[in-house]
Design a protein around this ligand. Structure first.
Ligand code: PLP
Length: 293
């Protein structure tokens, strides 16, 4: 079966799909992206991802990108042509192709658009049932982590540290000891009163699409949620720690560096939210109106 990718107006075999060496994504990481989960052949929170990429483009003043409706058509075509039932869509939009110069190119330069879709197995239930280990590292990223840009070198280094430590993720903390998020997921803890804490939206974190869904699911379940930053010390003493993300769903964390969290088993809140999030995925992939336009 052919594996097709979309590049600047054309559907091409993935292995032949290429962009210019003058694309600003490769020279300056002057590009934004989205990763959406496909389940049952349909996207999870497609509208949320489109809203976020539109915002990222606006924040970086990249204009002339395809509309949300056009991106939807491209995504749908790729999922259909590649016959993906379970997997991910990747969208990347750069400021375009121009001779290398730091300043923006002429307004006539059009953004470059890449969309790929590939089959990926769902995240392991075994890991989720046992709970995962994370390590920690100082957050050395720039001051606009709310923009989902392809400028990901600090995230890459943080994740590689996790890979080398055989850990699931790396929790990032500021010089003041506040946990921001993880290399590719949002971070959460449950305090001694059973309240869920997660870093508030702002320039320090990516506003996760999963984060927004999980806040709503927690509130629906009657679990109190406070969007306030917490320290690494608080996380170590927490009842529960967990992560959320498009490819992670809700992942209970049972060890942070060498410290076991609570009794070392996934907590009730994380397990409840994971179950509710799996049910949410099943529901939204049946009813997603944004995909059907
Ligand atoms: N934080 C960072 C730095 C990320 O890269 C991601 C996802 O890639 C997330 C959080 C989670 O965001 P989402 O739930 O939209 O996947």
């Amino acid at each position: 079966m052919p594996h097709l990718a979309y590049v600047n107006g054309r559907y091409l075999p993935h292995r032949h799909a290429q962009v210019s060496i003058d694309d600003r994504a490769s020279q300056f990481a002057d590009a934004v992206y989205e990763v959406t989960c496909i389940a049952n052949g349909r996207p999870v929170d497609h509208a949320g991802h489109l809203t976020r990429i539109t915002r990222s483009l606006k924040e970086l003043r990249i204009s002339g990108a395809p509309s949300a409706a056009v991106l939807t058509v491209i995504c749908r075509e790729l999922v259909r042509r590649n016959r993906i039932t379970r997997g991910i869509i990747y969208i990347q939009i750069s400021r375009g192709i121009a001779p290398r110069a730091h300043g923006f190119p002429a307004a006539s330069v059009k953004p470059s658009v890449i969309v790929t879709a590939r089959a990926v197995a769902p995240p392991s239930e075994t890991v989720a049932e046992q709970g995962a280990k994370v390590i920690t590292a100082e957050d050395i990223r720039w001051g606009r982590c709310d923009i989902k840009s392809t400028s990901l070198l600090p995230n890459v280094l943080a994740r590689q540290a996790a890979v080398e430590a055989k850990a699931f993720e790396t929790l990032l903390y500021t010089p003041e000891g506040m946990v921001t998020e993880a290399s590719a997921s949002n971070a959460w803890m449950v305090d001694k009163d059973g309240t869920i804490l997660t870093h508030p939206l702002g320039h320090e974190i990516l506003g996760g699409v999963t984060r927004a869904a999980v806040i709503k699911l927690a509130k629906d379940a009657g679990i109190p949620v406070k969007e306030r930053a917490f320290t690494l010390q608080e996380a170590l003493a927490a009842r529960e720690v967990f992560l959320t993300g498009t490819t992670t769903f809700v992942m209970p964390i049972v060890q942070v560096d060498d410290r076991v969290i609570a009794n070392g088993a996934p907590g009730t809140v994380a397990r409840t939210l994971r179950a509710r999030y799996l049910a949410y995925i099943a529901h939204v992939t049946e009813t997603d109106a944004a995909w059907n336009v």
